[in-house]
Design a protein. Structure first.
Length: 325
């Protein structure tokens, strides 16, 4: 088969695939290349958080569901774990990064990066957004890594991707970082397929990049933060996260949401006044309110967000002095 004939066949197959795509009711984001542009909408990413008192670390377990109405195969999950402040106080030892045949740890990866920077005669960044210490656990056939400010789970092949109509769990982050609301990005598998890879124009490359961005599914979930327990920053983060959780619909019962917000504000008022004992008592009241709630009043993510942060505030808030001046 000549090159020109092969190109004609590829173009014909591409047009045929596009016709089938439209005939089935699917609408691609943009028409670029020969591979149909996948549809990825309404993906559910649920999180459940637990705490290990022996290690002082939180485990964030994720379950991802790809609706049957989609056509995109999920192959990559990324969660923002960046923090702009100092995280050197966090224990980064023995946090695994399962990179397939080249597994390592977060601590080793940071050391290698610093060594590379030093060998190039550069200075390591003192400020800016850096990842909090985090380790990953992955389901069979997946890899885990930290790059930039993102912790990512990537599939090794088509058979283990999350296909339309499938639900997969086993994606786990382990970190000393307290729970906070984090941005997450979910990518369907798509590549630019052309008759001749050496004849791709800059316009086609730009259009392909636009497609890759457009087909991504953006959502939010729970993940580790870099705040130090008991600080003003921690109090502020929980306050802001609780308000955001209400806006996201994680606390659909408005009366229950108002109770949580008011009880947290009351505890903060006592802490600001220097009455740690009263602040602890009011935080315990908040935990009691949460314990009596049901799944119809709040999602699991909202429960875990408030519960674990409140526990940390109680543990890190000193009681009032017995003989105050």
């Amino acid at each position: 088969m000549s090159i020109s004939t092969e190109c004609k066949v590829m173009r014909y197959l591409g047009l045929l695939a596009a016709w089938l795509w439209f005939s089935l009711g699917y609408t691609p984001a943009l028409a670029v290349g020969l591979m149909p542009v996948p549809v990825l909408k309404d993906v559910q990413m649920r999180a459940q958080t637990s705490f290990d008192t022996a290690t002082g670390r939180y485990t964030y377990a994720y379950t991802v569901s790809n609706p049957a109405s989609n056509t995109g195969q999920i192959w990559d999950l990324s969660i923002d774990v960046g923090h702009s402040g100092d995280v050197s106080w966090m224990d980064a030892s023995n946090l695994p990064l399962p990179r397939g045949a080249f597994p390592t740890t977060f601590e080793e990866d940071v050391a290698e990066s610093r060594s590379l920077i030093s060998s190039l005669g550069l200075s390591p960044p003192v400020t800016g957004v850096l990842p909090v210490p985090v380790g990953l656990q992955v389901p069979s056939g997946w890899l885990g890594n930290v790059a930039g400010k993102f912790a990512s789970f990537s599939s090794s092949g088509p058979s283990v991707r999350i296909w339309p109509g499938q639900t997969r769990s086993g994606y786990t982050l382990i970190s000393p970082g307290l729970p906070t609301i984090r941005a997450a990005v979910i990518d369907p598998k798509w590549v630019l397929v052309v008759p001749d890879v050496e004849d791709v124009s800059e316009e086609e490359e730009a259009a392909a990049a636009a497609v890759e961005e457009q087909i991504r599914f953006h959502t939010v979930t729970l993940g580790p933060s870099g705040v130090y327990p008991g600080t003003y920053e921690h109090w502020n983060q929980l306050r802001d996260d609780l308000n955001k959780a209400v806006q996201l619909g994680w606390v659909p019962d408005q009366a229950f949401a108002a109770t949580l917000i008011n009880q947290l504000a009351s505890a903060r008022q006592a802490a600001d006044a220097g009455d740690g004992t009263l602040a602890k008592q009011r935080l315990q009241t908040l935990l009691a309110t949460l314990a009596q709630s049901t799944s119809s009043e709040r999602r699991q993510e909202a429960r875990d967000l408030v519960y674990w942060n409140t526990q940390a505030l109680i543990a890190s808030t000193p009681p009032s002095p017995s003989n105050p001046r």
